[in-house]
Design a protein around this ligand. Structure first.
Ligand SMILES: *[C@@H]1O[C@H](CO)[C@@H](O)[C@H](O)[C@H]1NC(C)=O
Ligand SMILES: *[C@@H]1O[C@H](CO)[C@@H](O)[C@H](O)[C@H]1NC(C)=O
Ligand SMILES: *[C@@H]1O[C@H](CO)[C@@H](O)[C@H](O)[C@H]1NC(C)=O
Ligand SMILES: *[C@@H]1O[C@H](CO)[C@@H](O)[C@H](O)[C@H]1NC(C)=O
Ligand SMILES: *[C@@H]1O[C@H](CO)[C@@H](O)[C@H](O)[C@H]1NC(C)=O
Length: 376
């Protein structure tokens, strides 16, 4: 897969003050996500299924059994799966509907370093192949297929992919299948991901694909800054998704909006639309902080962004803002790794939205997103 990432420097006003007059577009977007469901009427703890949180015992079967058990509460308001303090080593497992996965403070779900613990699944239909290699790919550590009403939250518990081994395998061409992600939802709706830290994903950290009504709130995502191509959150052929109050520091794109690759993405034909990103701190060592594509063959529209803080890992103060965007959207091209970040005053009379090929793109009125040069 050609991973040409064209990075465009857009300029945000240096001062990130509070917004005053709401943009018309914003008012129309005030439509809130469904409130997260209250506490579940039932709760089980992972230790009831034989899990041991010593960082060495493999808990794949306990996680699979616990999720299977929770399925019996589907028509009774669902259940919470509680993960107490400890290091819970596991291979990949699936979630179920009407589940709250709650990670207590000090609870760490740790991905096994043995690649055979990460199952092999078919490539996504809108890609036709894996991220790194053709053919099937490793399944994410935690996956949700065709689910509704799932909450993954906690008291700042951690999901750690131990990605280092995968990065080494990728670099030394020892991978047999594409790297897995940490958390992936497919064909799902009403998903809340909050109050957690995601560390060292082998590839991407949070990947909702073919989903709607997804809320990512108050998460911290980190991977080593010299890892190969680790993205933070990748909304992919999703609609009605928001990312708020989160901090992402990764080697590649911090947030990357996608909708499938080439003819696979075109024939699958599911765009990414109605995405809101607010109050996020982004750092990328070799990609863009916020990227539109690559892999956006299903289309991207109605993206609303405000209160971005973009940290440049190599230079510059955090106020300096760079937004990556695929070349075809705006036609302004900056070499990857050398973004032109000319800070520019934000003149309020300039429009906060622009149209391209019949699709609207918005910047926050107060924090206008403008190309650094050309295309005025
Ligand atoms: C998860 O569900 C998918 C779709 O049903 C299946 O292909 C995969 O094998 C399941 N993975 C695990 C670990 O059970
Ligand atoms: C999930 O839904 C999609 C689209 O409706 C379908 O193609 C797929 O077979 C379903 N997968 C599972 C595991 O139920
Ligand atoms: C964010 O999550 C942490 C725990 O992970 C919690 O202590 C904090 O209150 C949360 N903040 C908000 C704004 O929800
Ligand atoms: C790839 O397959 C070979 C041969 O089966 C195996 O020895 C090796 O461990 C596999 N590599 C990974 C990263 O799983
Ligand atoms: C996240 O934490 C905040 C602050 O403690 C709390 O208000 C919110 O309900 C939590 N989110 C979820 C989904 O539990």
């Amino acid at each position: 897969m050609k991973r040409l990432v064209v990075v465009l420097a857009l300029v945000l006003a240096a001062a990130l003050g509070p917004a005053t007059a709401p943009a018309p577009a914003r008012a129309q977007l005030r439509r809130d996500h469904q409130a997260p469901p209250g506490p579940r009427p039932h709760s089980v703890t992972i230790t009831e299924f034989g899990a041991v949180g010593d960082g060495r015992t493999l808990n794949t079967v306990p996680f699979q059994n616990a999720v299977f058990y929770v399925r019996s509460f589907a028509d009774k308001g669902g259940a919470q799966l509680y993960v107490p303090r400890g290091r819970w080593l596991t291979g990949s497992f699936n979630l179920t509907s009407h589940l709250t996965l709650y990670l207590e403070e000090g609870a760490v779900i740790v991905g096994a370093k043995d690649s055979s613990q990460w199952l092999i699944v078919e490539p996504l239909p809108s890609y036709g192949q894996g991220l790194d290699l053709p053919g099937p790919r490793h399944q994410s550590l935690i996956s949700g297929y065709n689910l509704t009403d799932v909450v993954i939250t906690g008291n700042n518990g951690v999901i750690d992919g131990q990605g280092l081994v995968w990065w080494q395998w990728l670099r030394s061409h020892e991978l047999n299948h594409s790297r897995p992600n940490l958390l992936e939802f497919l064909y799902s709706e009403d998903i809340v991901i909050s109050n957690l830290t995601f560390l060292n994903s082998p590839a991407w950290s949070i990947h909702p694909v073919y989903c709607s009504n997804v809320k990512v709130h108050n998460v911290t995502i980190k991977t080593s800054l010299d890892a190969p191509l680790t993205d933070g959150i990748v909304p992919d052929s999703c609609s009605n998704l928001c990312i708020e109050d989160s901090t992402i520091s990764v080697s590649h794109e911090a947030i990357s909006l996608k909708s499938g690759w080439d003819r696979y993405g075109i024939s699958f034909g599911r765009p990414t639309s109605d995405i809101r990103i607010s109050r996020v701190d982004l750092l990328s060592s070799s990609g863009a902080a916020l990227a539109f594509g690559s892999e956006m063959s299903g289309g991207i529209s109605d993206i609303h962004v405000n209160h971005l803080r973009i940290h440049d890992s190599s230079k510059g103060p955090p106020e300096e803002v760079l937004v990556g965007i695929a070349e075809e959207l705006l036609g302004v091209l900056v070499e990857e790794g050398e973004p032109e970040a000319e800070a520019q005053e934000c003149p309020n009379h300039r429009p906060s939205s622009f149209e391209k090929d019949g699709q609207m793109f918005y910047g926050d009125c107060e924090h206008c997103l403008y190309p650094a040069s050309g295309n005025d």
